[in-house]
Design a protein around this ligand. Structure first.
Ligand code: PPE
Length: 307
């Protein structure tokens, strides 16, 4: 049972290999201890062919995740960027999600990952709306998780490490088993942090806010994109911590992420958010769609064309 439709190629350790040949051994170190770092990037169709959105920023974050974890990647940022471009071209599908991953490979078992070789791969697949196409239009139903977002003193959330996603998976499963679409995690101080795979924003009285990086979140690239949209939209903005009850009383709430795009939240733990209309979310969604599809020259520098 595979949900993903196989494309032609995967880039693995410096080469494009056939999809079915991108394999690892069962004693791959990262499979046991979660010692992997990864990225999620999207390519979209534009009038000038496929373009990868904010590739450089994603690969910069990838290199920083490796640095935090002392992972010596055998490829440079430029080589991994080129791998992403080559992969989109080789698969011939314009709209894909790209997943660069660095991990401790097959070598030694035991907790010191530096004893195993580091492998790097980039895969691409077609990934629709992360929280459902309807959710993007009408909003999703969220619940505040009983799981606390892991603290930066135990797992640094700004490094996109595979291990962080065990915490995310616990929250995600709890939400879906409870009949919700998605979770919202608080941090160990009880303030709102983020979703299992998304950042979160709040709109109140025309002001947009989002928790600061110090709240223990992944510093999302879509989060940064939305922040950069607010000045030209003439919407005031602040980075500030907010509480669970600030969620309930918001006029609009939304998730951001490469996978999720900009997805409004219509309900938190059975409380309807605002009036059920998303005027600011809709303006941001329009600007985002124009930017990623190459229709807004103001954001041309964010696109890497695959020609
Ligand atoms: N917080 C977390 C924990 C997170 O995983 C993501 C991305 C974000 C915030 C938003 O970051 P950015 O994509 O740079 O705007 N989550 C990725 C993986 C999702 C998955 O299920 O896999 C993603 O959206 O690509």
């Amino acid at each position: 049972m595979v949900g993903i439709r196989a494309l032609k190629k995967i880039w693995m350790d410096g080469q494009l290999v056939d999809w079915g040949e991108a394999k690892v051994h069962v004693l791959t170190h990262a499979l046991h201890y979660g010692y992997s770092i990864f990225e999620g990037i999207r390519a979209h169709d534009t009038p000038r062919g496929p373009a990868i959105f904010r590739l450089k920023e994603h690969i910069d974050r990838f290199m920083n995740s490796a640095k935090v974890y002392r992972m010596k990647l055998p490829f440079s940022a430029e080589e991994i960027e080129r791998a992403c471009v080559d992969l989109v071209r080789a698969n011939g599908v314009p709209a894909v999600y790209l997943r660069p991953i660095g991990f401790s490979g097959y070598g030694e078992m035991g907790l010191d990952p530096t004893k195993s070789p580091v492998q790097v791969a980039v895969a691409a697949w077609e990934w629709g709306a992360y929280l459902g196409a309807a959710g993007v239009e009408t909003g999703v139903r969220a619940t505040v998780s009983s799981w606390v977002r892991m603290d930066s003193r135990s797992l640094p959330p700004q490094a996109k490490c595979g291990a962080n996603y065990a915490n995310s998976a616990l929250a995600k499963m709890e939400a879906t088993i409870g009949g919700y679409d998605e979770a919202i995690l608080l941090n160990s101080s009880g303030m709102v942090a983020e979703g299992p795979g998304e950042n979160i924003f709040r709109v109140k009285n025309g002001v947009v806010s989002t928790p600061p990086a110090s709240s223990g979140i992944l510093r999302g690239i879509t989060r940064d994109t939305v922040i950069q949209f607010l000045a030209p939209e003439h919407v005031p903005f602040q980075r500030t911590d907010f509480t669970r009850e600030d969620l309930f009383t918001a006029d609009e709430l939304f998730y951001t992420g490469t996978a999720a795009g900009i997805t409004p939240i219509r309900e938190v733990d059975g409380r309807a958010i605002g009036t059920g209309k998303y005027p600011i979310v809709q303006r941001l969604q329009r600007r985002y769609e124009d930017a990623i599809h190459g229709r807004d020259p103001a954001y041309a520098a964010w696109l890497t064309y695959v020609t």
